[in-house]
Design a protein around this ligand. Sequence first.
Ligand SMILES: C[S@@+](CC[C@H](N)C(=O)[O-])C[C@H]1O[C@@H](n2cnc3c(N)ncnc32)[C@H](O)[C@@H]1O
Length: 256
Amino acid sequence: MTYTRRQRSSLLYQIQYAIRNPDRIRPYVSRYARDLVLRASAPDHVAYYREVMRSDVTEKSPFKAVGSPTEESWLRNGLLQFEYLLSHGLQPRHRVLEIGCGNLRAGWRIIEHLDAGNYYGLDISPDILLAANDTVVRYELQDKLPNLHLVRDLTFGWLPDDHFDVVHAHSVFSHTPLEIVEECFAHVGRILRPDGFFDFTFDRTELAEHQVLREDFYYRTETLVDLAAKHGLEARFMYDWEKNPHKQSKIRITVR
Ligand SMILES: C[S@@+](CC[C@H](N)C(=O)[O-])C[C@H]1O[C@@H](n2cnc3c(N)ncnc32)[C@H](O)[C@@H]1O
């Protein structure tokens, strides 16, 4: 079901939701309290979300910080992402950039599959990148020389033109305001090879676009397709992803 802002923010909806999901009340209240503090202290969204990740990694776990309640679900989610890329032709010789790589839920499988040096992962969170280093060690991927980078924006200034066959962002734009999505669209075409593609997932709504506590953002497909076109990019809704047991939708971007 697609939730609208009206439904989520109406008192009646929230009371009904709380009655149906009493176990969600405490986590929501603690997210709400964190939002109040961060809203007053964080200068921008990246600083805000970096702090969200810091508290989730240190107070919960790296698995939970990227949205997987257990290690088993972390493994399942990563496999889903990886198998989709494989079914769309990912080869060991390809160069892959993962935006918002987290603790390498899919990344470790991609690194294992690619030739050494062909994986680049970036993230705004130092805490989750430290957990990514641990994942490299856990899966003994040192010889694959994965490149993991801390960033403060999505302008990719340190990366070369026409370089990546695949750019991948899973469950990142679901936590990103539209101006940062646009920043990414404005620059991703430069680093993509002419025959490359950029796949990202997003929380899709067919009604009013909205955000919840600055952590979860819901967009209409047309908004993202039109924004991509503004930057000379072709955007295609990936219907074959919809059959997966994952609640987000996927769009593929190519350079026109
Ligand atoms: C839900 S986690 C998903 C991580 C990984 N893609 C996965 O599937 O496991 C979202 C990740 O995106 C990162 N992130 C959020 N906003 C970002 C941004 N503007 N630029 C780069 N990374 C970002 C977060 O720090 C976090 O690691």
